[in-house]
Structures are given as C-alpha cells and as structure tokens.
Design a protein around this ligand. Structure first.
Ligand code: MRU
Length: 391
C-alpha cells in the first residue's frame, strides 16, 4: 500500500506532520484555513500539489462545520465574499508553486458561478466549494497514476535499451507531496510495478532534506531498490561507469509557458549535469503545475526561506526509546555567517527532454520549443503517450 499523507472525510482533515518525518509518524488535524496557512508556511505539508489540496480541503472543512452548526450565512453573496477572502489568504502562504493559485482560481470560478444561479443560498455556494475541493483530491491521485504510466513508458522507449531503468530523482515528489502516488516518484513507482525498475537514486536535497527524510522514507516504505546520495555526489554518480543512470526525473512547482521549470533548489544543477553526461532529463508535473500565464522562468518568483534552515538541522538523538522520540535542533554552521536560502531554482527548457503530464509526455518541436497550450485545449491523450508538441 502506498503511503497516505492526507486523510479527509466529511469535513475532517488531517495530515501527516512532515516536520517530524521520518522519525515520528504523527497526524495533525487541520480545522481552519489559518491552521492550513501555518502548516503550509512551516512546511508541515509541502510539495506543490499537496499544498493546493490541503488548502482547498481546509476551507471545505471550515465550511462543513459552519453548515453543521447552522452558522453559514443565508445570503449566497455573503458566503462568496467569505470564501474569496479565505482563498486570497491561503494563496499568500508560499509564492512559487502555482498549484495553489490554480486551485484558488478554479474554486473562485465555481463559487462565482454558483452564487449567480437563481435560488442560490449561502449553503448551496458552500456545498459547491466543498464538492469541488473533494473532487480535487480524487483527481490528483488519478492524474499522478497517469503521469506514472506515461513517464515509465517513455523512459523504457527512449532512455533504456534492453535492460531495466536506473533513475535519479531530487526532492520529494511522492505521496507526501501530492494527494497520493506522486509525480516523479509516481514514475518510479510505475516502473517498479511493471518490473522495469533496476534502481532508484535519491538526493538528500539540502537544505531541508526532503530527499533523505521523505523520499527515502517512501522508497523504504514501498520496498523499492534505492540508494541515497548527497546532492554533491550526483556528478560522480553520473560519471561512474557502473551506475548507468538512464534518466533524471524531477517534479515541478511551476512550469512556465515555454517549459522553463521552477523546482526544488538543485534541480538546475542536475539538468546541467544530465546534458553533459547525455542522460535524459524529465519533468513530471500535472496540468495544475503548468502556468501558461507565466511566459518564461524569468517571471517566476522564487521563495527565499529563513537562514536557520541552512544553519541548523533537526533530528532525534541516537538510542532513544522508539515510542518516545524527541527531536533536537543543532547548529551546523558558524555563528554569524550570512546565508542565502532560495527554496527553488529555474531549469531552462533547453535542458529538459520531456514534460510528463497526465495526458502524455510533451517533447520539443524541431526548433527546440515546447508548446504546452494544446494540453489545455484538447482533452484527449497525446498520441502514443509521447508527442513532439505542435503549436
Ligand atoms: O519546498 P517544497 O518541499 O515544497 O518543494 C517541493 C518541490 O520542489 C517538489 O519537487 C515539487 O513541489 C513537486 S511535488 C510533486
């Protein structure tokens, strides 16, 4: 069974607290949009799709409770105003991942439409939002399974000869970063499910260690053949004759219209390495991560996070009783040093071989350009799951 990090039923939302992983598996309840905002900002939940789903479900949970307590305003317009304000607030939690903004835009449209319908009440508007948020949870898992399938097929057809696939991934893009299954990690899961995975390498992903804490946790949980490396070992791994890495697969926080991709800091360096070593470099992302309104990576806002994430590290002291683990924070940098801590970087599209979506894998045209707009215009799967995109 794959890991479940978001639990939701009838207005009751709880998430696994990712700040405690992999040492302690503890769920925390999220009852309000304020709690969701803080859980996102503090990275108790992180990963572009997961942030969006938790925000939407937190708002759904809040509305559920107002309905149950008979406290929902009667007027549709009043509930619309309430929802719009809460969505604006949620979107302000983290700037780089577009999925949250995309979810908010879709929810705003649904709420506006419902408010304008004849006989609408506050209750029917709230019910429409709740339904839409719950649908997002289900759809994200379905999309990830399709991403996994298309990505695995593409890798076997384009990056692997007669053998099985060896892949490298960065950050965490699995069940802990999405509603379930994962994007880049979903591709690794799909390769394993068809018996095509030889080995997966995951980077530690400094400074927040999403790779060593979260991806390694998921790989161990699923019993997949995997090895952890520090970020600085990636070049040596690609140069190592025995390793034979076929592809590097990463997730995305925002894919611009031209294919430039913002993802966890260190992604750009891996793409440069992949180009030098002739290794395929793939971005796995649902359509909710593709932002046609952002023309290129130059316009993507990169979140900068506190210096303490670089200068300190958290973990349990050794030899603690496993039922009562306490986490400690220790300093790992010289006191007084200046720190720059961008959470993401932008990989230019020239370094990307394919963008794996739930509709298939988009490749560049003969002029080296991605054309992502058609993914939104035509709902049918891309031919054979791999298409040189046309304008
Ligand atoms: O800062 P984080 O942990 O939220 O960053 C996460 C990433 O960069 C992921 O690679 C990205 O969100 C894709 S998750 C499917």
């Amino acid at each position: 069974m794959t890991l479940q990090a978001i639990k939701y039923s009838d207005g009751n939302l709880s998430i696994i607290d990712q700040l405690q992983l992999p040492y302690v598996e503890r769920f925390i309840t999220i009852q309000t949009t304020e709690e969701a905002w803080h859980a996102i900002k503090d990275m108790r939940v992180r990963g572009a799709p997961a942030i969006a789903i938790v925000a939407a479900l937190a708002l759904a949970s809040e509305l559920h409770k107002l309905i149950a307590r008979n406290e929902i305003p009667h007027e549709a317009e009043e509930v619309q105003t309430l929802i719009m304000g809460k969505l604006d607030y949620l979107v302000s939690s983290r700037p780089t991942a577009v999925n949250l903004g995309d979810a908010a835009r879709k929810l705003r449209a649904i709420v506006s439409d419902r408010t304008q319908r004849p006989q609408s009440t506050g209750r029917t508007v709230a019910a429409a939002l709740i339904q839409a948020a719950e649908d997002m949870l289900v759809k994200d898992v379905e999309d990830n399974k399709n991403i996994g399938m298309y990505g695995a097929r593409w890798i076997m057809a384009n990056a692997v000869g007669d053998s099985k696939a060896t892949v490298l991934t960065h950050c965490n893009t699995g069940s802990l970063a999405t509603s379930g299954y994962g994007t880049a990690l979903g591709v690794i899961r799909a390769l394993a499910s068809t018996g095509d995975l030889h080995h997966a390498y995951c980077t530690e992903t400094r400074p927040y260690n999403q790779g060593s804490r979260l991806t390694a946790f998921e790989l161990v949980h699923d019993g997949l053949p995997a090895t952890l490396i520090t970020d600085s070992m990636a070049a040596a791994l690609l140069a190592r004759p025995g390793a034979q890495v076929n592809a590097i697969i990463v997730g995305a926080d925002r894919v611009a219209a031209n294919g430039d991709t913002a993802n966890k800091i260190g992604t750009y360096g891996l793409a440069v390495l992949a180009k030098y070593h002739g290794v395929k470099f793939l971005v796995a992302a649902p359509l909710t991560t593709i932002d046609l309104a952002t023309p290129s990576g130059n316009e993507i806002i990169i979140e900068e996070r506190p210096a303490s994430e670089v200068t300190k590290i958290k973990g349990p002291r050794e030899n603690q009783d496993s039922t009562q683990i306490e986490l400690e924070t220790v300093r790992i940098a010289a006191d007084g040093i200046n720190v720059w801590n961008p959470a993401f970087d932008v990989t230019p599209s020239v370094l990307i071989d394919g963008i794996i979506t739930e509709r298939g894998v988009v490749e560049k045209d003969a002029d080296g350009q991605f054309h992502l707009g058609h993914l939104f215009r035509d709902p049918s799967p891309l031919t054979s799951g791999a298409l040189a995109s046309s304008p």
